[in-house]
Design a protein around this ligand. Sequence first.
Ligand code: FES
Length: 376
Amino acid sequence: MPDLANLIGEDLNERLAPSAGLARGLPRAAYLSPEVLDLEQARWLSPSWLFVGLGHEIPNPGDLAPVPNLRIFLARGEDGRICAFHNVCRHRGHELLTGAKRGCRHIVCPYHGWRYGLDGGLKSISSFAGKAGEIPPDFELASHGLKTVRCETWHDWVFVNLDGTGPPLADHLKPLAQHLTDVDLASLQHFHSLEHGEVRANWKLVMENSLEPYHTPFVHAQTGAGIPLEDHHMILEDRLLGCGIDVGGGPADRASGDGISVDSRFFVVPPLFVFVFYDRRIVIVHRNLPDGERPDRTWRSIHLYSLGGEPLDAAEIEDWKRLEYEIHVEEDGPVYESLQRNKLSPVTEDGGLLSPAWEGAVQAFYRQWAAALGAF
Ligand code: FES
């Protein structure tokens, strides 16, 4: 696998933390090159924890859910635990699952009928040896179970560590959890999932948008309820980035037809987990899944929860559903795709400029990306 210096061809340290002048963004290859995507997969995404699914979507043993873009699926086992498996039959590699299923006792390959248990163990191989139930000599079912993927959960959120080398999930999320010690996450109630689906943009463009508030007065003029940029502050910790708003509003200032005007935090645990906290009452998590082959595609969904205490009424739920659709699909969606299209222009090779006031978290994200990929 080529190293990043060969693919990018320049000193990223000078670009991302210049000795003089303003920091710049990444060169175009970071968004266009399949080789860079391979490097990201190998060195940052696979060794880290990726948020891939929701426990409540597979509530009972035998419930199964494929994960877009990653060629894996989640399964709730007989013991109630969630496991992750590669979505690849051990016979000749057919996909086992193309959609969610409920209450399965086995996972059966649709091609030749090999049958796996919920623990991934191979149970039967149809007529592989000639007659039903026969096992060829020197063939052991136990050696041909599904390939597992390391999997852990945090509240309703299922994470995988694809190459198995990451730290415990709790360590990965500790910088975020430290901000939430007085929040009763056990009381989370899911009330909506927004399936944005495939976005025609590199996954980093999606993440960058969650890391800076600079765009909000323009892109979210209405849905952001006109909150001045100056009311934001940046979150710049080692492994936790993002921004926050303190508007000092009371309970009357919530999601409404006039937009969202509440205290909020946009936390990003690089590389991919986005956790948004509104008014200490609403939690929203973003599931961003890079396409494994196409650098210009990302699969995306957004999940909304209320926290315990005062329940949301039906009108407020409808307001949140509508606002999240407007913010993420109608407003941010075209931004991602515009940025990606212009990565084809040579003008964007210099990466543009980063605001020293409002895009410091983007700069920090780039530096983490470059360090993970071995640039310095
Ligand atoms: S590929 Fe699955 S049974 Fe043949």
